[in-house]
Design a protein around this ligand. Structure first.
Ligand SMILES: *[C@@H]1O[C@H](CO)[C@@H](O)[C@H](O)[C@H]1NC(C)=O
Ligand SMILES: *[C@@H]1O[C@H](CO)[C@@H](O)[C@H](O)[C@H]1NC(C)=O
Ligand SMILES: *[C@@H]1O[C@H](CO)[C@@H](O)[C@H](O)[C@H]1NC(C)=O
Ligand SMILES: *[C@@H]1O[C@H](CO)[C@@H](O)[C@H](O)[C@H]1NC(C)=O
Length: 657
């Protein structure tokens, strides 16, 4: 009896399996016939059965598994391994989050050696109500504010209140008095947007003047030695006194006098100087440690690369380092518009409080979420309705833009980043040229080696759609481009999503499309020298694909995700295409996985809510640093008054909610 039931069960199980196999075959075949390139290649996951991965006995990860199960690499390609590494790091980040106010306060004190600022409890509730994902991850704010502990509050206030006065210096200012924005000085759409944002939580903010960068380019570069002194002073002022006042002070001399703007005594000099059109590394290197490549002569490219690139394929192993000008500045200083010849640049060596939407790693501007991400702008907003499913997208990397980045003249444009990208992905331009990719080793399936004779021309024609829509920003005019580019039609963002791969590079400053790219169902590739508010939340190789600012890895990346060539054992005699020896299986599943992960993640940590939460917290920290009593104000409690709010029972203070 029992055995009969077992047999019957087995029969049904096999029948079901057969059905599944049949359906998946139909899906696979119909998928293949729709695309001739896929025809030749097939996906790596179809070939899994016989790939041996050195030192990895476990069954490789594939599409059928739950997306939140730990990633097992599909083969020994460095990208497969980098994805696994990113997966691990991200899991650690997920596990370490505070789940109650009590924990949050404790974490704050442990990390910063201070009490949280006044208003912290209100901020906490505001953040929780909006489903903040990681209540502890505001390190960027703390890093940006830290050196100001070494500057007198009154001096910070005076600088912030008055830097807008000389309109040539590109500074706007928002003045908050009595929980209202009472004025914008030298405002623009940027400060307008910011005002809307601040109004959401202005009732918790003290009086303050907020100076905002009106230029695209970042501003403050404090020499390394000076910064060391400032940071040392900050460390010496850390303390957590048992009694504090949990309120901001009310009278503060040095804010802009709103009844008489000229009644304020002598001004502080922000010491701006212009460095437009010149090499940025001349300025930037002063902020680097003396032993760094930026301040040492004769560091070779190979030596610099060891810190952030894989020997195989030149893949990025440390995305932070790709934008660390102290480490890589000398390698990219004549390969990027801002670094080579920025169109406007108003810098200072003095630590002044200026809020900016992006900066490079040597800058001390105070980062805040770019207004473009908060404002609703059809050019930069993601719209789900116009996106396609991964399977329906083309195997193409797309990019469109104008020739921004720096001031261009007839003999310098080759040194601008966008121009280099368009050149490097132009099939005609690349005819006869060779680049490095990784190819599967002929004798060892699933293992890869450098292959430096890859002819990318045909591959570029099939798989890239990159071009300028307009020339712009040239001196005396852009006619020298006439014989260089074929302008391509503008492609609205929604239509760009018809392609699997979206590449995102800088313009004059950061790229405002970035969040939309992450939100989309396409796979975003990113190269940038800029830092933004959200960087610590994004994990390269889990949420997006990182690329070197020289773009020397672009074909390694594309051939991995899109595949190229014929497996060695299937080559026919006389198949003598230029790339006869190159073979990389198509890693479509991996591409989709990163695209999906980035999309899910953006919906959790890059929402408009997250921008509000970030800005609220930033302005509390800023409100304290400009307060004359900054050493004595703050929240000194243990956080238990929100136990009930957090749903923590007094008997169970463990990490769950
Ligand atoms: C801001 O400064 C610019 C010059 O940079 C000037 O043309 C403009 O009128 C100023 N706007 C306001 C609102 O003061
Ligand atoms: C602002 O200026 C007015 C007029 O000059 C002066 O009476 C007042 O005391 C000033 N307010 C502050 C806070 O300095
Ligand atoms: C690609 O390069 C060729 C040859 O240099 C040039 O004529 C063409 O305009 C370029 N295409 C684009 C899209 O810029
Ligand atoms: C990269 O920088 C972020 C801050 O922006 C930091 O949280 C993270 O730990 C850094 N990652 C590495 C690998 O250095």
């Amino acid at each position: 009896m029992v055995s009969l039931i077992v047999k019957r069960r087995l029969f049904y199980m096999f029948a079901a399996l057969a059905l599944v196999a049949l359906i998946s075959n139909i899906v696979v075949f119909s998928g293949l016939s729709s695309d001739s390139i896929k025809d030749q290649l097939g996906d790596i996951k179809d070939q899994l059965g016989d790939i041996r991965i050195p030192g990895r006995p476990k069954k490789p990860w594939h599409a059928g598994e739950k997306p939140d199960s730990p990633l097992e690499p599909v083969d020994a390609h460095p990208i497969s391994l980098l994805m696994q590494e990113a997966d691990k790091n991200w899991r650690k980040y997920e596990d370490g989050r505070s789940t109650s106010f009590k924990q949050t306060v404790k974490t704050y004190r442990r990390r910063h050696g201070r009490h949280p600022p006044p208003g912290f409890k209100e901020w906490y509730k505001y953040a929780r109500k909006r489903n903040v994902h990681n209540i502890d991850d505001f390190e960027q704010i703390m890093d940006d504010i830290r050196p100001f502990w070494a500057v007198e509050p009154k001096v910070i206030r005076k600088l912030a209140a008055n830097m807008w006065r000389n309109t040539d210096e590109g500074v706007a200012c928002i003045h908050i008095r009595n929980h209202e924005v009472v004025k914008e000085s030298n405002g623009s759409w940027r400060s307008e947007t910011l005002r809307t944002l601040i109004n959401k939580f202005i009732k918790y903010l003290p009086d303050m003047d907020i100076a905002i960068n009106r230029l695209d380019q970042p501003r403050v570069v404090v020499p390394w030695e000076d910064m060391q002194d400032l940071l040392k002073k900050e460390q010496e002022t850390r303390r957590t006194p048992p009694e504090t006042i949990d309120e901001f002070s009310t009278t503060m001399e040095g804010l802009l006098n709103m009844t008489n703007e000229d009644d304020g005594g002598p001004l502080e000099d922000p010491q701006w100087y212009s460095h437009a059109g010149k090499q940025y590394m001349e300025v930037a290197s002063t902020a680097c440690p003396p032993e760094s490549p930026a301040r040492r002569d004769g560091v070779s490219a190979q030596e610099a690369e060891l810190a952030y690139k894989d020997r195989l394929g030149g893949l990025i192993t440390n995305f932070n380092k790709t934008s660390d000008l102290c480490a890589v500045g000398p390698q990219i200083q004549d390969k990027h518009g801002l670094l080579y010849s920025s169109s406007s640049l108003m810098a200072t060596k003095r630590l002044v409080p200026i809020f900016g939407e992006c900066k490079v790693n040597v800058n001390s501007d105070i980062l805040f979420p770019a207004n473009m991400y908060y404002k609703h702008d059809a050019r930069y907003d993601y719209d789900d309705k116009s996106d396609l499913n991964w399977e329906d997208k083309k195997d193409v990397m797309i990019w469109r833009g104008v020739t921004s980045g720096g001031t261009q003249v007839a003999d310098n444009w080759q040194r601008m980043h966008r121009q280099r990208l368009v050149m490097q992905t132009n099939g005609t331009e690349m005819a006869g040229k060779e680049v490095r990719i990784l190819t599967e080793q002929p004798e060892k399936k699933g293992e890869f080696e450098n292959y430096r004779e890859f002819h990318p021309s045909r591959f570029a024609e099939q798989h890239t759609d990159v071009g300028f829509t307009e020339t712009w920003g040239c001196i005396p005019d852009c006619s020298f481009y006439d014989s260089v580019w074929t302008l391509r039609p503008m492609v609205p963002m929604a239509e760009q999503f018809e392609n699997k791969v979206l590449v995102d590079v800088d313009g004059h400053s950061f790229s405002g499309r970035w969040i939309a790219f992450l939100e989309s169902k396409s796979l975003p590739i990113k190269a940038t020298i800029f830092r933004e508010w959200h960087d610590s939340r994004l994990f390269a190789w889990r949420h997006f694909v990182p690329m070197d600012n020289r773009y020397d890895d672009v074909y390694t990346l594309l051939t991995y995700f899109l595949g190229v060539g014929t497996p060695p054992d299937q080559r026919t005699l006389g198949s003598d295409d230029a790339n006869g020896k190159a073979y990389v299986a198509r890693h479509d599943t991996e591409g989709k996985r990163i695209a999906d992960q980035g999309r899910e993640w953006a919906k959790k940590v890059l929402r408009r809510d997250d921008i509000e939460i970030y800005m609220f917290r930033l302005l509390l920290e800023y409100g304290r640093i400009i307060d004359d009593n900054r050493d004595r104000i703050g929240y000194s409690g243990d956080g238990s008054e929100l136990d009930k709010y957090d749903g923590v029972s007094p008997l169970d203070q463990g990490p769950h909610r």
